[in-house]
Design a protein around this ligand. Structure first.
Ligand SMILES: [Zn+2]
Length: 330
C-alpha cells in the first residue's frame, strides 16, 4: 500500500468508553463522502480499541479512499461498496454495519446470533465503503459540483440524469477496469461513458489501483463487493469456479440468510471481465462475492428513507456471516 495518508491520527491508547446507545451513522439521508469521513472519525473515537481509520490512496479528484478497520484479530477479510456511483446505498450499509457491530462488541452483545466479540477478536474486517467517491459526489450534488465540468461534457451519458451515473469521474466503469480477462470485454463501450467503459488500459484508474494494492498487501481470506439492485448473489465465473470449491456452499448459505438469489456461474468473459470479484478470484484463488442489494426498480438511486426495508433488513448480518464462513475455510 504505497503513499498511504492517514485521514486521522490513529488513537493508540485504548480508552475506557461508556457503552454507547445512540447511532452515529444515519443511513436515511443521501450518504456523501464528507458524511462518511465525519462518521468514521466519530466511530473511531467511540471505539478506539477496535476501529482504526486510514486512506488507501486518492480518487481522480483527490478524495481520500477511506479504509476502516474493525476488529483486533490477525485474520482478515475485505468488504467494499460503491464501485458504482449510483449504488451508494451500499456505502450506507457498510457504515451502518460498522456502527452496529462495534456497538455490539462494546456492549458485549451478540448481533443476530453472531458472537461479535469472538469474531472480532480473531478477525479484522477491512472496509472500503466508497470505492468511487467522485462518482458518488456527482450523483448526489450534480454536474456543477465536479472539479472539471468541461471534461464531463465529453463523456457519453448513457442515462441523461446525472443521478444515474456509475463510472468514476474519468468515465471509466471501475468494475470493468480490473485486470481480469479485461482484454475479452466486448460490450460496445469504446470511449469514456457514464457506465460500462472498461478504460483505455487494464487497471488504469487510481481507485482500481488502490484496491489492488490493498489486496496484494493484505492476506484477505475472502472478499465481498456490495452493489445495488437486483437482490442476487454472484459467486463464481467460468474461469475460476473449479479452483475455489467452497464458494458454492458459502453462496448457498448466504442466499438462505438473506433471501437473495444465487445466480448461475457467470459464463461469458466479455460480460464478467474486469470486475473486482473476478479479479480477486483469479489473483488469489480465494472466494469473492458480489451482492446486488435491494429490489430492481430502474437506474436511479433508491429513496434513502427506505434503507431499512430495501437493504438493512436483509443484509445487516452479512459482514459477520463472512467472518463466520472464513473461520470454516481453514
Ligand atoms: Zn454495480
Amino acid at each position: 500500500m504505497s503513499k498511504v495518508q492517514p485521514v486521522e491520527d490513529k488513537i493508540t491508547e485504548p480508552q475506557m468508553v461508556p457503552a454507547r446507545k445512540e447511532a452515529i451513522v444515519n443511513p436515511f439521508v443521501p450518504y456523501s463522502h464528507e458524511t462518511m469521513l465525519n462518521d468514521s472519525v466519530k466511530l473511531s473515537q467511540s471505539h478506539p480499541d477496535i476501529i482504526t481509520v486510514d486512506s488507501i490512496g486518492r480518487s481522480v479528484e483527490g478524495r481520500d479512499l477511506l479504509l476502516i478497520k474493525l476488529g483486533k484479530g490477525n485474520r482478515k477479510i475485505f468488504l467494499n461498496g460503491s464501485h458504482h456511483a449510483r449504488e451508494y446505498i451500499s456505502t450506507s450499509l457498510l457504515m451502518k454495519m460498522i456502527d452496529e457491530y462495534s456497538k455490539a462488541y462494546s456492549n458485549n452483545e451478540n448481533f443476530e446470533g453472531y458472537d461479535v466479540i469472538n469474531l472480532l477478536n480473531e478477525f479484522t474486517i477491512y472496509f472500503v465503503p466508497m470505492v468511487n467517491p467522485d462518482g458518488v459526489n456527482l450523483v448526489l450534488n450534480g454536474i456543477n459540483s465536479v472539479k472539471n465540468p468541461q471534461k464531463l461534457r465529453n463523456i457519453q451519458m448513457v442515462n441523461k440524469n446525472s443521478r444515474g451515473w456509475k463510472s468514476n469521474i474519468n468515465g471509466v466503469d471501475l468494475n470493468r477496469n480490473y485486470p481480469a480477462v479485461w482484454e475479452k470485454i466486448n460490450n460496445g463501450f469504446l470511449r469514456p461513458s457514464s457506465e460500462r467503459f472498461k478504460g483505455y488500459s487494464r487497471g488504469s484508474e487510481p481507485e482500481t489501483q488502490a484496491i489492488m494494492n490493498l489486496c496484494r498487501n493484505n492476506d484477505f481470506e475472502l472478499a465481498m463487493a456490495y452493489h445495488a439492485k437486483g437482490e442476487v448473489i454472484y459467486w463464481a465465473d467460468s474461469g475460476t469456479c473449479n479452483i475455489i470449491p467452497k464458494a458454492s456452499e458459502i453462496a448457498d448459505r448466504l442466499s438462505k440468510i438473506t433471501g437473495y438469489k444465487k445466480l448461475p456461474v457467470s459464463q461469458n468473459p466479455s460480460i464478467y471481465g474486469g470486475g473486482f470479484e473476478n479479479w480477486f478470484r483469479i489473483e488469489f484463488k480465494r472466494p469473492a462475492f458480489c451482492i446486488e442489494l435491494s429490489p430492481y426498480n430502474g437506474d436511479l438511486p433508491h429513496p434513502d428513507s427506505q434503507f431499512d426495508k430495501l437493504v438493512w433488513n436483509k443484509a445487516k448480518s452479512t459482514g459477520l456471516f463472512f467472518l463466520h464462513e472464513a473461520k470454516t475455510l481453514k
